[in-house]
Every structure is written in structure tokens, then in C-alpha cells.
Design a protein around this ligand. Structure first.
Ligand SMILES: Nc1ncnc2c1ncn2[C@@H]1O[C@H](COP(=O)(O)OP(=O)(O)OP(=O)(O)O)[C@@H](O)[C@H]1O
Ligand SMILES: O=C(O)C1=C[C@@H](O)[C@@H](O)[C@H](O)C1
Ligand SMILES: [Mg+2]
Length: 218
């Protein structure tokens, strides 16, 4: 994990490749290069697909808001695994929790994340708890993962008491702290870059993420 200044391996399609942890690889700085223009690039059949950016972070941190802004800036599509689940299941996430419980939701989520990681080549936001799954964490190795972080006061401001977030339905401040104690290190370990969002507008967070990825010119 690092906060800025990463270097990325480049691959043949003119965009930076995902982070790899091998030795002896060739890396070049991304700064001052053209922003990715996925839609303009011809892709051979069978070309492996992976997201340009994967956004992780807790509920309400701004993954959807910033994800859309990033996608617009980079000229790529936005996708969100929570939305995929709702569309595929035909019911809300809160309803899935109530009807089937959290373990069943996590199983659905794990499949949704795996699918999205192999189908989507834009900005992909994962549900806040997706990081809990060890297989998902393994799949994130080698991806360009941006962890959007925030402190508890900001979290309470942004999430409130909304029933749409079942894990924060009762005593959100305490529940959020407990969730983060269990998850913070997982987000950090998966992250290529950590972008604090406290006191920043969505536009400022977007700039900070592009900066951390050395895509300031996008
Ligand atoms: N940088 C920001 N500053 C202030 N408010 C923000 C910021 N980013 C997002 N918000 C607001 O916080 C709320 C949550 O944002 P958003 O839905 O994008 O978070 P999320 O991470 O996608 O949440 P979830 O995990 O529930 O999908 C929204 O009301 C949004 O307008
Ligand atoms: O943090 C979590 O565990 C969750 C976050 C949301 O994105 C949803 O995936 C769901 O509400 C669970
Ligand atoms: Mg969201």
C-alpha cells in the first residue's frame, strides 16, 4: 500500500497494467502519460479484462459518488457490485439481509465481485464488506485498488441512520467503529493507494485519487 507515487507496469494496450508483486518486472512512471481511453482502444478477442480502478472502503465513504466522477474523468464506465446484486436478485440488499441473513448475502456478493472483476474494464466499486472474503482479497492482488477512508464522525454524517445500510441500523457510531476495527487492516492491505475523504468534496477526493495514481492529467 502507498499513498501516492506508485509506479505501474505497462502493458501493450497503452494503459498501465495492474500492480504485480513479482520481482524483476519493468515498471515506468505513469505521470505525464495520456489518460486511459478504453473505448477507443481495439481489443483482441480473448483479451483479458480487468478494472482500471477498484474502489474499496466502508459504507458511505463515497465509492459511488467518487466512482462516477473518476469514470467520467477517465472516459470509462462505472460499475458497482451492490447494484449488480440488486439487479440480479430483484430486491434490495436490506431485503436480502432480512430474508436470508448475512452469510447468504456474502456468498452472493462473492460471486458478483468475481464476475465483475473479469467483465468490467472501467471503475469498479465493491460493497463495503466484500473485503472480508479471503478469496476476494486474493483476486484483488494485482488489481489497482483505491481505498477511500474516513473517520467515524464523517461516517455518521454521511450514512446517518438509513435503513438502507442494515449493518448500521442500530447505534451507527458504535457499529461503524467495530466494523472498521475488523476491516481497516484488510482495506489497507488490499490498497494500492489510500485516499482520505474527510473534509474533502467528492471532486477533491477524485483529484486526490488521480494524483495518488499519478493520473493527475486525466
Ligand atoms: N467527499 C464527500 N463529502 C461529503 N459527502 C459525500 C462525499 N462523498 C459522498 N458523499 C455523500 O455521502 C453519502 C454516501 O456516498 P456514497 O453513496 O457515494 O457512498 P458509498 O461508499 O457508495 O456507500 P455504500 O457503501 O452504501 O454504497 C451520499 O449522500 C453522498 O452524497
Ligand atoms: O459494509 C458492509 O458490510 C456492506 C456495505 C454495503 O456496500 C452493502 O454491500 C451491504 O449493506 C453491506
Ligand atoms: Mg455505493
Amino acid at each position: 500500500m502507498r499513498r501516492a507515487g506508485r509506479r505501474h507496469r505497462r502493458r501493450g494496450d497503452g494503459r498501465p497494467g495492474p500492480r504485480r508483486r513479482g520481482r524483476g518486472e519493468v515498471r515506468r512512471r505513469q505521470r505525464h502519460r495520456d489518460p486511459p481511453q478504453r473505448d477507443l482502444l481495439p481489443r483482441e478477442p480473448g483479451h483479458p479484462v480487468s478494472p482500471l480502478i477498484v474502489l474499496v472502503g466502508p459504507m458511505g465513504v463515497g465509492k459511488s459518488t467518487v466512482g462516477h466522477l473518476l469514470a467520467e474523468r477517465l472516459g470509462v464506465a462505472y460499475r458497482d457490485t451492490d447494484d449488480d446484486i440488486v439487479a440480479a436478485e430483484g430486491r434490495t440488499i436490506a431485503d436480502i439481509f432480512v430474508d436470508e441473513g448475512e452469510p447468504a448475502f456474502r456468498a452472493i456478493e462473492k460471486r458478483a465481485v468475481r464476475t465483475a472483476l473479469t467483465e468490467h474494464d472501467g471503475v469498479l466499486a465493491l460493497g463495503g464488506g466484500a473485503i472480508l472474503d479471503p478469496d476476494t482479497r486474493e483476486l484483488l492482488t494485482g488489481q489497482r485498488v483505491v481505498y477511500l477512508s474516513m473517520q467515524v464522525e464523517e461516517a455518521v454524517r454521511r450514512t446517518g441512520l438509513g435503513v438502507a445500510r442494515p449493518l448500521l441500523a442500530v447505534n451507527p457510531r458504535k457499529q461503524w467503529r467495530e466494523l472498521m476495527e475488523a476491516r481497516r487492516h484488510l482495506y489497507e492491505e488490499a490498497a494500492t493507494a489510500v485516499v482520505p475523504t474527510d473534509g474533502r468534496t467528492p471532486e477533491e477526493v477524485t483529484e486526490a485519487a488521480l494524483d495518488a495514481l499519478e493520473w493527475k492529467e486525466a
